[in-house]
Design a protein around this ligand. Structure first.
Ligand code: MG
Length: 176
């Protein structure tokens, strides 16, 4: 069972993670069109991870006796000014997501919903990593991106990122 406010915020977070997924998929498409296939790969993997995040929260709501009520997903931007704009936007977006996770945590603490507080621990840690990754992408671009060879190397490096389903997905699908 959930306090209605916490349940509403968790449901909104499922949709927010799906929005993140679509935002990164839209960015991935932009990179593919520019033949920056490594960057495209990195954002494609990011898309999949965001869908994992949505499913983790979705299953947690159901496992904990809540009701899933999915709202609409806003359309992501489809046009971007350039590589730097995308990298800066993805960092700003992850900072926003962190603030959303913190707001759910605060609401859960306010009603002594410790199961949700404990559940959100993983997301709080994950956001540290997400912000770090986005920040690294931006600073590396600022350091090396202006040089064509530097950009080529960065693109190659990001092309090596593989996707493994987030372990938490199986944990919550199992009804833990
Ligand atoms: Mg996420």
């Amino acid at each position: 069972m959930f306090d209605p406010k916490v349940e509403k915020l968790l449901n909104e977070q499922v949709v927010a993670e799906m929005y993140s997924a679509n935002l990164y998929l839209s960015m991935s498409a932009w990179f593919r069109e520019k033949s920056l296939d490594g960057y495209a790969n990195w954002f494609y993997v990011q898309y999949k991870e965001e869908m994992d995040h949505a499913l983790i929260i979705y299953n947690f709501i159901l496992n904990a006796g809540g009701t899933v009520t999915l709202g609409g997903i806003d359309a992501p931007p489809t046009e971007f000014k350039g590589i730097r704009e995308i990298l800066a936007e993805s960092l700003a977006h992850e900072r926003l997501v962190t603030s959303l996770i913190y707001a759910i945590n605060e609401a859960a603490l306010g009603v002594k919903d410790y199961k949700t507080v404990q559940f959100l621990d993983w997301f709080i840690q994950e956001q540290v990593e997400e912000e770090d990754n986005a920040s690294t992408n931006l600073s590396r671009y600022d350091l090396f991106g202006a040089d064509p060879k530097g950009l080529f190397s960065l693109d190659e490096e990001l092309g090596a990122r593989g996707y493994t389903q987030t372990a938490q997905v199986a944990v919550y699908e199992g009804g833990a």
